[in-house]
Design a binder for this molecule. Structure first.
Ligand SMILES: Nc1nc2c(c(=O)[nH]1)N[C@H]1C(S)=C(S)[C@@H](COP(=O)(O)OP(=O)(O)OC[C@H]3O[C@@H](n4cnc5c(N)ncnc54)[C@H](O)[C@@H]3O)O[C@H]1N2
Ligand code: MOO
Length: 386
């Protein structure tokens, strides 16, 4: 598996960068570091609504001499007998050491009395306490909502991000019709094409579903001819050894430089890859679970790498088994499983690679090494979270 993934990484060309406004940048990979253009907060700021004083002590009576609100500060000196009405986020006047929250004072007209409810703490956020001018967010970085908020606060209106990988998705097979169509008696509905479209979208790619290719060389060649400017062409099905499994043959006729065909894993054995013209090609097996598992294990890491993120496999964790499982065969097995409320994982009994209902009930893949012996409840196994 790791050898196949390495070959895929070497086929994946990094994509160019583009500039996008901040509100379009979530889920994109920032490719150039950014540097804060200002201090935050840009002044000592009040953390609470209350009264700014030079010294806070219970029993102290003070004259309210003015007001500082967010966006309009109080100018002028504050004496020891003075207090300035202040609101959350407002600049703290010169000489003030503490903001006494309004719950801790009794107010009478223009005077306040600090009561013995007075709490500890200054309630002042120091200038630059969040970040300073020149602080840097390193790249590459997959931008989440929290990054967008930080970039906005840093006064960064646009960011350089990797172009979204354009992916052409081609399903092959006479038996396939689109969801919503009326299938003939021998037909089934295309499913993993849509699953992969969803997976690619979440991974930051721009997938496009091409017409279903029928099981003739000419039909497949025609659909492959529609690929246009895709960075990655993904075929689904027709990858195995049957008489109707034409993908390898037709792709070779169209000039595929094949990097590999077949991987010692289950599901996903007939995986293939290479370069086809300007694009990278990955041929996924047709069995729905095989295609989706290969999507997690191979396609998503490739999409990340194309956008400039480190070339790394899907992250693995360890977890305890909730129940025993039998020994594994000669191929690395990605078994569908469910995590229990206590964090342990149950491996489903039914592991056939056609069972989308089982995949739908799964939130982990339990990774079994080749020829792994039987495992007992409580044993540690490696998992990939879905
Ligand atoms: N004699 C052998 N037979 C098979 C082998 C083998 O080594 N020797 N490998 C098996 C394994 S493992 C897999 S995986 C499948 C993969 O076959 P293909 O990639 O050629 O896929 P198809 O034959 O075209 O389809 C398999 C299965 O999946 C359904 N399918 C295909 N595409 C879709 C789609 N887009 N949405 C939903 N379902 C799809 C198709 O109808 C078939 O039922 O080969 C085994 N055979
Ligand atoms: O490799 Mo197939 O994907 O085992 O079902």
């Amino acid at each position: 598996m790791s050898e196949a993934l390495d070959r895929l990484f070497s086929l994946a060309a990094p994509l160019s960068a583009e500039t996008v406004p901040l509100h379009r940048a979530v889920g994109r990979v920032m490719v150039e570091p950014v540097t804060a253009r200002r201090d935050q907060p840009p002044f000592n700021a009040s953390a609470m609504d209350g009264y700014a004083v030079t010294e806070a002590a219970p029993g102290k009576r003070l004259n309210v001499i003015g007001e500082s609100a967010a966006g309009s500060s109080f100018e002028g000196p504050v004496g020891d007998a003075d207090a300035v009405r202040i609101f959350t986020g407002a600049p703290v006047p010169e000489g003030v050491t503490t903001v006494v929250i309004q719950e801790d004072v009794d107010r009478d007209g223009d005077t306040i009395l600090i009561t013995d409810r007075l709490g500890s703490g200054t309630n002042i956020r120091p200038l630059g306490g969040d970040f300073r001018v020149g602080e840097t967010i390193p790249a590459p970085r997959l931008l989440g909502p929290q990054d967008i908020a930080l970039l906005a606060a840093m006064n960064i209106p646009t960011v350089r991000v990797a172009r979204r990988p354009r992916v052409a998705l081609i399903s092959t097979g006479d038996e396939l019709v689109m969801p919503g169509e009326t299938p003939g008696p021998d037909q089934i509905i295309v499913s993993n094409t849509f699953g992969l479209h969803a997976m690619l979208t979440q991974a930051g790619a721009e997938p496009r579903i091409l017409p279903i290719a029928h099981d003739t060389e000419a039909a497949l060649a025609t659909v492959l001819g529609l690929v246009d400017d895709a960075d990655l062409v993904i075929t689904i099905g027709g990858a195995s050894v049957g008489d109707h499994d034409l993908v390898a043959k037709v792709a070779a006729q169209l000039g595929l430089e094949r990097a590999f065909h077949k991987v010692a894993m289950r599901p996903g054995k007939p995986l293939m890859s290479g370069r086809l013209g300007d694009a990278m090609m990955i041929g996924l097996p047709g069995n729905p679970v095989s295609a989706m598992v290969c999507g997690e294990i191979f396609v998503k890491p490739v999409i990340r790498a194309m956008q400039g993120l480190p070339a790394e496999p899907a992250p693995r964790e360890t977890a305890q088994l909730a129940a025993e499982i039998g020994s594994n065969g000669p191929r690395e097995h990605y078994m569908r499983g469910r995590s229990e409320p206590d964090g342990r994982v149950t491996v489903f009994c039914r592991q056939d690679s056609s069972l989308l209902s089982v995949l739908g009930a799964s939130d982990v893949l339990v990774v079994r090494p080749p020829k792994d012996g039987p495992r007992a409840a409580g044993d540690l196994v490696e998992i990939v979270r879905l």
